[in-house]
Write a protein that binds this ligand. Sequence first.
Ligand SMILES: C[S@@+](CC[C@H](N)C(=O)[O-])C[C@H]1O[C@@H](n2cnc3c(N)ncnc32)[C@H](O)[C@@H]1O
Ligand SMILES: O=C(O)C(=O)C[C@]1(C(=O)O)C=C[C@@H](O)C=C1
Length: 240
Amino acid sequence: MTKPDTLYATPHASLTRFAFDEHVVEVFPDMIQRSVPGYATIIAMTGVMAGKYAQTASNCYDLGCSLGASTLAMAREIGKRDCQIIGVDNSSAMITRCQDYIADIPQSISLRCENIQDTQITNASVVVLNFTLQFVPAEQRAALIQTISDAMRPGGILILSEKIQFSDPHLQKLNTDLHHTFKRANGYSELEVAQKRSAIEDVLIPETLATHQQRLRDAGFSSIDVWFQCFNFASLVAIK
Ligand SMILES: C[S@@+](CC[C@H](N)C(=O)[O-])C[C@H]1O[C@@H](n2cnc3c(N)ncnc32)[C@H](O)[C@@H]1O
Ligand SMILES: O=C(O)C(=O)C[C@]1(C(=O)O)C=C[C@@H](O)C=C1
């Protein structure tokens, strides 16, 4: 069902901005697995945490669901509980293909092709933002996190996974180098790493863990922790 990612294998005369279009959809599972250290663990544990925190008669959201990896992990662990699982993405190419991935799932999952900044979020016990906030304009992130916090039930959980930035220049260089080494070890060439880096430069804007943690505190989350980190990729939990 998925093809190997060769999108940046040949030289591009002019690199266009990275977008989640039909070309990316075709290779996305391979691309994200080979690009994000710890991706499989983060997805599997998103399911485990959703299974622990999903409350009866509540909504569980996967914001920026792409092909539904986190949605499916949540559905597996939530099981037959009375919860509505909702996946949201503003790429119609992603949502169309995601429909195929969720087709055989026994639970009712609804998909919305919407901007996560506009989608209605209510009565939430679990909200997942896996590698998505990084694509929202930085100055609009606080409003989105506040909307999520306001929509959460007491005791609900937000899982936030992101590529991160380091304020220490030495650590920034080290972790960037290690990430590129990880990509090379997964079969990407120097050219592929360099072209992908240029294509996402102004599209994916990482922030420091301190910035994420402060924003979550400001929005009213009480218990906040980094539960996973590998190089410049991290995942946080924030409990309301
Ligand atoms: C890196 S992918 C997320 C991967 C997915 N969560 C997973 O773990 O497999 C980022 C996704 O967020 C979506 N996205 C980015 N900005 C968005 C926005 N403002 N509203 C809705 N979706 C958005 C993109 O279309 C893309 O599918
Ligand atoms: O930083 C990179 O090299 C990445 O490819 C990261 C990243 C991400 O974190 O979302 C960027 C775009 C793709 O969707 C997959 C992975």
